[in-house]
Design a binder for this molecule. Structure first.
Ligand code: SF4
Length: 235
């Protein structure tokens, strides 16, 4: 197994010397405008390092052109429940395949398989401080992982006025940003987790399966690129 990384999004957000790839934070403008910051994190922290590794293995590192016919098969773990997230690769040197779709497996089949192989309770993948988490995730974290909960609460407080880099550059966020869609500090949110049975469709976040806001919330927020609630610090 090879693991690749583009760094630590939490550390980068709080480092005044580091460019921060925007997360889909919930924003509240000075006049109460509700918005959502652009999402650059999936591309920056997940897709980019994977593509770089694929290119390296094919022998054509950026910016070399990969010749036609030189292709890597990419097996992506999308199950039947989320078939709408399956799509072709956006570059010619990758060919996406979906083995779980070929097997006809739903999420429950994956969970049962993992349990049979000694991996019970495997969680969906995502960053700890992802704003797409639902109340079920936050409530479970609060009850079962107090240190991680405290970490998320501290991060939520630390990004209230935008990234450290933007503030250091004299471009503070007009308004505030939050991890939770209620747009109050995370430790003040009144969490309302759904019953477990109703929570099976909550989405995780993989390099090619990151949820879109419309997948995750009936909130009236939309991705806003302008206006008081937008995040402007990322070029
Ligand atoms: S899990 Fe959330 S914060 Fe992490 S890359 Fe995906 S959208 Fe961004």
């Amino acid at each position: 197994m090879v693991r690749v990384s583009a760094g630590n999004i939490r550390a980068d957000a709080l480092d005044p010397g580091h460019r921060f790839a925007s997360m889909p934070l919930f924003t509240l403008g000075p006049n109460g405008e509700r918005g959502m910051a652009r999402r650059q994190c999936t591309a920056e922290y997940k897709i980019k390092p994977i593509k770089a590794e694929i290119r390296r293995r094919l022998g054509y590192q950026h910016p070399q052109r990969v010749p036609a016919g030189v292709v890597a098969d990419i097996a992506i773990g999308i199950s039947v429940d989320e078939i709408c997230r399956a799509r072709d690769a956006d570059v010619g040197y990758m060919r996406n395949t979906f083995p779980l779709l070929d097997l006809g497996w739903r999420r429950g089949d994956c969970v049962a398989y993992l349990e049979r192989h000694g991996l019970p309770g495997t969680p969906k993948s995502s960053c700890l401080g992802c704003p797409f988490h639902d109340d079920g995730f936050w409530a479970t974290l609060q009850a079962g992982s107090p240190a991680e909960w405290a970490d998320a609460v501290a991060f939520d407080a630390a990004i209230r006025h935008g990234s450290a880099r933007a503030n250091a550059d004299g471009h503070p966020l007009r308004g505030q940003s939050f991890l939770h869609r209620q747009r109050v500090p995370l430790d003040q949110v009144r969490l309302r987790p759904k019953p477990a049975a109703a929570d099976v469709d909550a989405l995780g976040c993989g390099p090619w399966t990151c949820p879109h806001p419309s997948d995750t919330t009936s909130d009236s927020t939309t991705e806003s690129k302008t206006g008081p609630a937008s995040v402007r610090e990322v070029a």
